[in-house]
Ligand binder design. Structure first.
Ligand SMILES: [Zn+2]
Length: 435
């Protein structure tokens, strides 16, 4: 007996052996995909979804977010990064409480589920609260506290709040629910800490089999000041201190040298490309075409919505393809499938979930979405991958499922109480922004 049978859909599988299957049936049993085929064996199912006119694809993976920053959506637009961060973001963050983080993430995850995202690599603060929020919402989360310290004299790794919370979440949540939640080690960035911090966190990651998450060469200023200070680029100094010796995700990489790209390829680092945030903050355009040419892995992220202002990964998919075509003058760069791959399989690798996520294939987790292609903005579907990469928007997602469990369907959330989110948000707004 199947738990679920999805019938009559177009399956965009992200599996190179059978990338698009028309008239597909997708069988789900015990949270896993049992088959994706136009011609299944006759087997009863507890629920059958007739998905005629819909495209199924693997759930999207957001490999760089600060989900709780949803509380700051639209709060500080049109500033340069340094002003944005030091004058607006840091002062609000200093007032955030554990509960704010929980509800900010619930809000973000509602938006993510409603636009097709099933998994996040999220770096923020109050890590236990983050873990609780993701545990409740049902998404996958690679979660981290960002280490940040400006004063070497005041730095004590063992008693640091971030260290304490990392240890607590390592015990209580790392591997939670069959690995749905993972703890990552994280360094906010080269310019917000110093070599001892990098070495301590690299050691913590290596000892515990964790991934590493870091912001890297986001702005020209960051890159230039690092070269002035250390005589080396951020990628080089972090690599030298062991930061990339575990599976690592480096967000942004807008200002990278050829030598940096060699380091990233050799260390197998995934670049989390955040085109909307990079454009909005005026940081520039990451050389994604060149990265791929050199064999560097690239996945996609939204960054926090204070610099985006949305968690819709379909925007990032389209923009990624368009930017590289525009910059290179070559419309063949980043074809539709490649852009979709970044938001699925490449993200799964970055999260160390490549055996279970990012592909519609028997044996993978049944973590998928249905996109309604029967809408004016998507018809007609000549090429399903093109429809997803260039025409679809987050709002076209009509169903989002994680391990066979429907978390969002036609405007309804099954794990997130959106009315409670609204009420919590209104209290938070009064305290954080209107006092
Ligand atoms: Zn970021």
């Amino acid at each position: 007996m199947l738990d679920l049978l999805i019938k009559n859909c177009i399956a965009v599988t992200m599996d190179d052996e059978a990338p698009v299957i028309s008239g597909a049936c997708i069988g789900v049993r015990e949270g896993k995909i049992a088959f994706v085929t136009p011609d299944p064996a006759d087997e009863p199912a507890k629920r059958v979804i007739d998905a005629a006119g819909k495209i199924a694809m693997p759930g999207l993976i957001n490999t760089h977010s600060h989900a709780a920053m949803a509380l700051m959506r639209g709060y500080a637009d049109d500033y340069v990064l340094q002003t944005w961060l030091y004058d607006y973001v840091f002062p609000v963050e200093a007032r955030l409480t554990e509960e704010d983080i929980y509800w900010g993430m619930q809000l973000a995850m509602a938006e993510m589920l409603a636009s097709g995202t099933v998994s996040i690599t999220d770096m923020y603060m109050y890590l236990p609260s983050m873990a609780r929020s993701v545990a409740d919402a049902g998404l996958y989360g690679n979660l981290s506290n960002a280490a940040m310290c400006f004063d070497p004299a005041a730095y004590r790794y063992d008693t640091d709040k971030v260290t304490q919370q990392n240890r607590e979440v390592l015990r209580a949540y790392h591997g939670f629910d069959g690995g749905r939640i993972r703890l990552d080690a994280a360094i906010h960035a080269e310019y917000t800490s110093f070599p001892q911090v990098w070495r301590d966190y690299a050691a913590f990651a290596a000892e515990n089999g964790l991934n590493m998450h870091v912001h890297l060469s986001e702005t020209k200023k960051e890159h230039g000041e690092c070269v002035e200070k250390y005589g080396k680029t951020p990628a080089a100094v972090l690599a030298e201190n062991g930061v990339f010796d575990v599976r690592a995700t480096a967000a942004h990489c807008v200002w990278v040298t050829d030598g940096d790209l060699d380091i990233l390829r050799e260390k197998n680092v995934t670049v989390a490309h955040n085109p909307v945030s990079n454009l909005k903050l005026g940081s520039g355009i990451a050389p994604v075409g060149k990265m791929l040419e050199k064999g560097v892995r690239v996945s996609l992220g939204t960054d926090g919505v204070c610099s985006n202002n949305s968690h819709d990964l379909f925007e990032e998919i389209k923009l990624t393809a368009l930017l590289q075509k525009g910059v290179s003058g070559d419309p063949r760069q980043i074809p539709a499938r490649e852009a979709l791959r970044m938001a699925t399989r490449a993200g799964a690798y970055a999260q160390r979930r490549e055996d279970s996520l990012g592909c519609l294939k028997a044996g993978y987790d049944a973590s998928l979405i249905l996109v309604d292609a029967d809408r004016p903005g998507l018809m007609p579907v000549h090429h399903p991958e093109s429809a997803l990469a260039y025409s679809a928007r987050g709002g076209d997602v009509c169903l989002t499922m994680v391990r066979g469990r429907v978390l969002y369907e036609n405007g309804v959330f099954t794990t997130i109480d959106i009315e409670r989110v609204r009420a919590a948000l209104s209290a938070v707004m009064d305290r954080l922004f209107r006092s």
